[in-house]
Write a protein that binds this ligand. Structure first.
Ligand SMILES: Cc1cc2nc3c(=O)[nH]c(=O)nc-3n(C[C@H](O)[C@H](O)[C@H](O)COP(=O)(O)OP(=O)(O)OC[C@H]3O[C@@H](n4cnc5c(N)ncnc54)[C@H](O)[C@@H]3O)c2cc1C
Length: 477
């Protein structure tokens, strides 16, 4: 059987690039140009992040208007704005700022409009239309409810109830949940209590998913799917424990749920092995498979900042190439027929080379069942269409928010902005990407270097503090 070679991946990625280019609509080309201008000018990213941040914190229109004016004075008017928007900003700077009660609602409306392809409106019938459109194109959706910021038990309770309500909606068949969204008091010193209470909450969510099956267009009913998203490193262990212990309960023997492995952690292999072992045992005992979504990881900035503030080791692999290598390493372990039968795999990436590697590996190993390719809504909407033409199962991660909570969705937008502008990230170089251009060659080389490293990845966690050793030293003192 032919091996997936580095050159076969590059060849496939070339073909994918040409299909992606011809799939772009004129509006998408316009969007791409806007993003290209954004990524070429780092100050624009600072401008946008500051704007988003301040507009989500300042409720008073007069104060917000004063800040918006200062930010525009400092950074100028970025040229990624359309001509009409630049004209509106000039009007605002010329005197519009004197009328904050008129100017600020327009500003917020524009902000919402600009981002409505990345964060979908949760209001009906808009959400109904969006979901129906995607279903018609045979594109699955994983609804992610962005809501109010969880500062205490009250907000966490709201979010939890919101998840339960979403599972009652007949057109939502898949949701992603975050433990930090439903539980405000995650504290490592209260680990057992946190785990116990979270297991109860997650069990209620799974029950709801089983009691409200989704009926597809052929009338077939299946339980709704719930995925536990992976967040910061500090909550990783808890998230796996809650997932495995909840699903181990006999009432969930036949229920399939999902969780995430982040390849940017050296811990990825042991996390994958733990899930695989659990899945094998469960299926051997007559239970249903489970699902693992493989991502690279979206909290690099947060992990780096927290680690440097606390003087801890950053838990993330030290380079993008190591992360890509680790991703391929986990794919090598996962995409084997006997494994995918028990542990279904979601391949979440926009990177053509990562997608190419996964696709060719599936072909080589003759693995099709239980494999989905997953992307983020609004990041590169032409790619899911290309994937559908290649007859891949595709799921879009669809963040939704109600109008009154939009400004709380800013942290999601900033993460996406980071992903679109990170120096080494695929998306940063993907706007207007041409074969054999400097950008293409950079991405190709990045893949080739990662490919060479994929069987030599580090699998020992970076944070290895042994608290019992500290306790001994304290005893002696
Ligand atoms: C459907 C879907 C669901 C997702 N769910 C989750 C989730 O639950 N949890 C989560 O954490 N993320 C999640 N993500 C986000 C995901 O982690 C990022 O989208 C992903 O990292 C981007 O990978 P890529 O292959 O598309 O892009 P690439 O550009 O190939 O990879 C970018 C990634 O490489 C890594 N990286 C970049 N520079 C460096 C560096 N200098 N050092 C080390 N690493 C670096 C980072 O992880 C960065 O995000 C999800 C993404 C998708 C598409």
């Amino acid at each position: 059987m032919a091996m997936v070679t580095s050159s076969s991946v590059v060849e496939w990625a070339k073909g994918f690039l040409s299909k992606a280019e011809s799939e772009l609509t004129p509006n998408e080309v316009k969007e791409q140009k806007k993003f290209a201008s954004l990524v070429q000018t780092p100050e624009y990213k600072t401008f946008l992040t500051t704007m988003l941040d301040e507009s989500s914190q300042i409720r008073d229109n007069s104060k917000l208007s004063a800040r918006v004016r200062e930010i525009i004075k400092k950074y100028g008017i970025p040229d990624f704005f359309s001509r009409s928007d630049r004209f509106l900003i000039k009007l605002y700077m010329a005197g519009g700022y004197l009328f904050p009660s008129i100017a600020m609602p327009i500003f917020k409306y524009k902000l919402r409009k600009e981002t409505d392809k990345i964060i979908i409106s949760e209001e009906r019938p808009r959400l109904t239309q969006h979901l129906a459109g995607r279903w018609q194109s045979n594109i699955g959706q994983n609804v992610n409810l962005l809501g109010e910021v969880v500062l205490g038990d009250g907000e966490a309770r709201h979010r939890y109830e919101h998840y339960l309500e979403a599972l009652e909606m007949p057109d939502i068949n898949y949701i992603s949940i975050k433990l930090s969204g439903i539980y405000a008091q995650i504290k490592s010193l209260a680990y057992e209590q946190n785990k116990r209470e979270l297991i109860e909450m997650v069990a209620t969510i799974y029950r709801k998913a089983m009691q409200n099956p989704y009926t597809d267009k052929n009338g077939k009913q299946t339980c709704k799917f719930v995925n536990l998203d992976m967040e910061e490193y500090k909550d990783m262990e808890l998230t796996y424990d809650v997932f495995i212990e909840t699903l181990s309960h006999p009432e969930f023997k036949d229920y399939t749920a999902g969780i995430v492995v982040q390849a940017y952690l050296p811990d990825a292999e042991s996390n994958f092995s733990r899930l695989l072992e659990f899945a094998k045992k469960r299926v051997a005992e007559g239970g249903a498979p489970i699902k693992m979504r493989l991502v690279k990881g979206c909290n690099l900035q947060m992990e780096s900042i927290v680690s440097s503030m606390k003087g801890w080791e950053c838990p993330v692999l030290r380079s993008k190439i190591e992360v890509d290598a680790n991703y391929m390493h986990i794919l090598d372990l996962a995409l084997i027929p006997e494994n995918t039968k028990v542990l279904n795999i979601g391949i979440a990436s926009h990177n053509f080379f990562t997608i190419a590697y996964a696709h060719l590996l599936c072909e080589q190993n003759n693995v099709t069942e239980g494999i989905t390719f997953e992307m983020l809504e609004g990041m590169a909407n032409h790619l899911p269409r290309v994937m559908r033409k290649l007859e891949k199962n595709i799921i879009l991660y669809t963040p939704v928010v109600k109008a009154q909570n939009f400004l709380n969705a800013v942290s999601y937008l900033v993460r996406r902005l980071d992903e679109n502008t990170g120096k080494e990230n695929f998306l940063t170089h993907s706007f207007n990407l041409k074969l054999d251009s400097a950008e293409w060659n950079f991405l190709r080389k990045q893949f080739e270097d990662a490919y060479k490293l994929k069987d030599k990845t580090t699998t020992e966690p970076f944070r290895i503090q042994d608290r019992s050793v500290i306790a001994q030293i304290a005893d002696v003192a």
